[in-house]
Structure formats: C-alpha cells, structure tokens
Design a protein around this ligand. Structure first.
Ligand code: 6MZ
Length: 358
C-alpha cells in the first residue's frame, strides 16, 4: 500500500516542483481542525438542497461588502440559519456532510475534524441528526479514502443549561456507539450570547471527550480566564487574548503557562470585523512567539474561502516559506484528536511528501 502511495506522490510532485506557491499549497496535505458543517456548504449543494438563488446570495453576502468592518457579528450568525433551513431532514444532512468532505478532499485536506450542533427538527431527532452526519462521514472517510474525518459536536452558547445538559447526554450516548468518529465537544455560537459553563465541559472531559472551546472571539476577559483555567485541549480564535489585541496581561500569562493550541481562522475574523485586517491578524504573535496554532477555514461557504487559500494568506502576509507552511500542517497533526496510530500515519505521509518534494 505504501509503495503505491509513493508512486502516486512521485508522479504528482514531478509537476508540483515546477509550479507556483499557490499550487504547492493546494497540493500540500493539510489538516483542518475547525470547520462548522452548516457554514461550509458550497452553492451547488445549497441549490440541490432546495435553496433559492436569493438565499444563496444571502448566505455569501458577508464577503461581498467592500468594507468588511461594516459586518456585525450578529449578521454573521444570521446567515447560518439559511444553511440550517436547508438541512432539516436526515437525507439533506447526509448530503450536506458528503458535499463538504468532498470539497475538502479536492482542496488537499487529508484529515478533517468537522463540527456541528446536534439539532432536532419536525422529522429528525438530535440522535438522527448525528447519525446522518456520521453516515456522510462513513461514506467517504477511512484508510481506503483520501481523507480521515472525525466529528466534534457543538454546544450552542444560546442554549440554556438544561438544553446543553440534554445535548451532552445525547453526545455521550452517541460517542459510545461511534468511538472512532466522535472525538470531541465544542462550545460555539454567537459570542455575545450565553456563557461558558465549566461544569458541563468537565463532565464531557471526565467521560473521555476532547474539548475545543471558542475563546476570546470578542473581548471578554472574565470568560477567557475561566476557559483558560478549565484548560481545554484546544481553543478557537483567541482573537482578543494577546495584550496587544486587548486581552489582559493576567490571561496572557496564564495562556503562556498552558500553551494551548489555537485554531486560527483568518478570513472569518476579518470578514466578521473582529480582526482589523490580514496583516494585523493576531496569528503573527503565535508565529513570532513559536506558540502552538493551526490554520483553519471556520465556515468556508459563508466566508468564500478554502483551506489552501487560508494557507496562502498566512504565507503572503507573514512572509513564510513553503517549508514553514509544511511545518504548520505537520504540527497540526499533533493538536488533532486522532489516535496515536492515526497521527503516526499522517506524520509518515507528510514526511514522505516532504522527502519527495525536495
Ligand atoms: C462561533 C460559530 C462560528 O453547527 O449548524 N459557528 N460559532 N464563532 C464562529 N465564527 C464566525 N461560525 C459558526 O454550523 C453553524 C453553527 O456553527 C457555529 C454557530 O453556532 C452556527 O450556527 P452547525 O453545523
């Protein structure tokens, strides 16, 4: 099997060597750790799921405005409803999941952690929602496919304590059934709503789930402190964590002690107006300080992006080399929620790729 892999790589790399950075980054095997299912749908699948042209335009409207700082976070969160309205049946959830995975494969992603908020609809329970996502994952992920896919289930910030506890129960039950796919739990949704409940995530952790928590997407030092004290496996965004970006020195000191990997999502932050511009993005503090981070899309459909484009943005704005970007992808394997054996397989694959590329 590895012989075949090497042959395939050799063939591809003969061509890549002569091509641009853009092509190199497209072919570079990449690791996506932060992608929300209903923010990642492309036009074609939205149409297939019955979305009208108007709604599709609405779904993508944030990237159309010239001055991104006019976008408000509330507007960003309103657009997710468009995709969620199109995924109200088990079949549509299954098709949406498949389509998103196929997009990532085409973009050179070899490992994907997809996240989504279990939702009940008239003809679908939360369990059935999760089952449908898993059916989509199982149809395309595994050793014979070009990608490994894991699932992180989200707790929405807007939900009350009782709803969140119910969701956790369901998530834990489903995890028993699909231990190789359901790997973690996330805390997401409009950062202006709700607050982090450490006890809930402590319960999740006690039961073996990995934790990835959206943190400091807006300025909220109190909550950021509680999240850092809890110590998740990874944090999402961390936009307002560094003191130069408005975070408190106390939180930054705590962060530097814990060095939790940050899932950076550049286009998302710039389009939502939480980061001023690409050159001013806080990722540079992680690059310059050799702190752990990964590059991600967040919502590639809503933000009209791809993982290779996010890699290009980082390369261009922070003057990194192709090898630097390879290293970023390689390091992300370690921050993933894959098993030790799966991590080793991916590391081997990336090393082979590098070896053949030079
Ligand atoms: C926080 C976000 C987000 O779960 O229906 N979501 N939460 N910050 C972000 N930055 C822009 N982007 C997406 O996918 C859509 C849901 O993911 C969360 C929101 O809760 C959104 O409703 P799912 O698959």
């Amino acid at each position: 099997e590895s012989g075949l892999l090497v042959e395939k790589l050799e063939e591809t790399l003969k061509h890549i060597k002569k091509l641009s950075m853009r092509t190199y980054l497209k072919f570079l095997p990449k690791i996506e750790l932060h992608a929300h299912l209903n923010g990642s749908l492309n036009d074609k699948i939205l149409k297939e799921l019955g979305c009208e042209e108007d709604s599709i335009m609405q779904y993508k409207k944030l990237t159309q405005s010239i001055d991104k700082s006019d976008n408000t976070l509330q507007e960003c969160f309103d657009v997710f409803k468009i995709a969620q309205n199109a995924t109200k049946t088990q079949e549509s959830v299954y098709l949406a999941t498949k389509s998103v995975i196929e997009d990532f494969v085409r973009d050179g992603v070899v490992y994907l952690e997809l996240r989504t908020t279990p939702r009940s609809e008239i003809n679908m329970s939360k369990e059935e929602y999760i089952e449908s996502v898993i059916r989509g994952i199982e149809s395309l992920s595994g050793s014979k496919e070009k990608i490994f896919v894991k699932l992180i289930l989200s707790i929405d910030r807007r939900h009350d304590k009782k709803t969140s506890e119910e969701s956790l129960k369901i998530i834990l039950k489903m995890r028993e059934k699909y231990p190789n796919i359901i790997k973690g739990i996330d805390f997401s949704g409009n950062p202006n709503a709700g607050e982090f409940d450490a006890a809930l995530f402590e319960e999740a952790r006690k039961n073996g789930l990995k934790t990835s928590i959206h943190c400091a997407e807006i300025q909220n030092d109190d909550e950021t402190k509680r999240i850092l004290e809890f110590g998740p496996d990874r944090i999402g965004h961390a936009t307002y964590l560094h003191p130069l970006y408005g975070g408190s020195q106390e939180n930054w000191d705590l962060y530097c002690k814990k060095k939790i990997p940050v899932e950076c999502c550049l286009t998302s932050n710039v389009v939502c107006g939480t980061s001023q511009s690409f050159p001013e993005h806080h990722i540079q503090e992680w690059i310059n300080g050799s702190l752990p981070f990964s590059i991600n899309t967040d919502d590639k459909g809503v933000f009209s992006t791809s993982l290779s484009r996010e890699y290009q943005l980082v390369q261009r704005h922070f003057k990194l080399t192709g090898s630097n970007l390879w290293q970023i992808s390689y390091d992300a394997i370690d921050y993933s929620f894959a098993s030790a054996k799966e991590k080793e397989k991916m590391q081997y694959y990336l090393l082979q790729w590098l070896y053949l590329c030079h």
